[in-house]
Design a protein around this ligand. Sequence first.
Ligand code: NAD
Ligand code: TYD
Length: 342
Amino acid sequence: MQHLFVTGGAGFIGSNFVRMMLDKYPDLAITVYDKLTYAGRVENLQDVAANYQERYRFVQGDICDAAAVDKVIAEQQIDAIINFAAETHVDRSILNPDAFIQTDVYGTYVLLEAARKAGNLRYHQISTDEVYGHVEGSHRSLETDCVAPRSPYAASKASADHLVNAYFITYGLPITISRGANNIGPYQYPEKVVPLFVTNALNDMPLPVYGDGKQRRDYQYVLDHCEAVDLVLQKGVIGETYNIGTGTEITNLEMVEILLDELGKPRTLIQHVEDRLGHDRRYCLDVHKIMALGWEPDYSHEEALRMTARWYMHNQWWWEPIRSGEFRDYYARVYGDRKRLA
Ligand code: NAD
Ligand code: TYD
């Protein structure tokens, strides 16, 4: 039986990945290792814990704690590490970059060392399209492009990618890296734009669109991303990086309009507010390399947006307690004094 060590598995993408993998492979065991920050939630995996008691284990821990990481890897006879654990929200990285440097950079180093000490374990790093920075004109970022991160979050993820590559070149650690575009779907913490806007709209609150709303993103369905990560684990070439996204892009205003239409809410909820500092106007990935491995997305960005809106509409049990907890202070800090634009 293969045994994966999935760090950050209680977060948004990690929990979707764990559920998908256990559903898909009856021979697979997974240990989730997660610090349970504000973004990590045991309820994201409560069905998994109930359905897969024999093959699923949860350990609360910090990826920066080398002794704890080594202990779990030795006890569970781990075959591969998949690192989803990270501080992930750009606006939080602007408010306070410290945790990003700790977890995303130092934590990645701890995991790489653990993989090396355990006899060069297979290691997969979950990275992001944000490492390429703002992408000009009609260019699509290639895996071979230089990274040019512009936010503290993106810089910490790019630093981690460099470390992962360095461990491949220096120690021969069998690594792969995937760089995903914006994921959307069930269990995404409502600080990210799509769940924030959907839950605001369901509460008849304004949707704070940064600046002119003409920034461009590739919104992909989380399970499409997870399938591609699995493919990289199975067939990816060791030492290589793979972009993952639909390869299409829309503006934030187009995204908002799709969400409002799906929810049956008026466009008057749109409120333009002061822009994010250093806001990247455009991300766009070239996805030929992952498609050549035999993957293509099942959902367009419009289908993904509509499915996501419906999930939040039908799963208030999940997000209402979040919005009445830590999230309220966060919301006040980021949006409280933000100027409205005409
Ligand atoms: P998330 O914020 O929902 O989850 C992150 C998880 O990591 C949480 O469960 C949290 O508790 C855990 N964590 C944080 N610090 C930790 C630490 N020190 N030790 C152990 N666990 C810790 O994030 P997500 O959106 O699921 O993103 C997962 C990964 O995918 C991240 O590496 C992120 O950079 C990357 N990514 C995300 C997106 C996206 O659109 N969400 C796109 C591309 C790449
Ligand atoms: P986000 O979900 O934070 O992802 P990222 O910045 O990492 O791509 O934001 C997606 C886009 O939505 C981005 O262009 C910023 C914009 N945005 C808003 O307009 N308003 C908001 O309140 C948030 C959180 C984001």
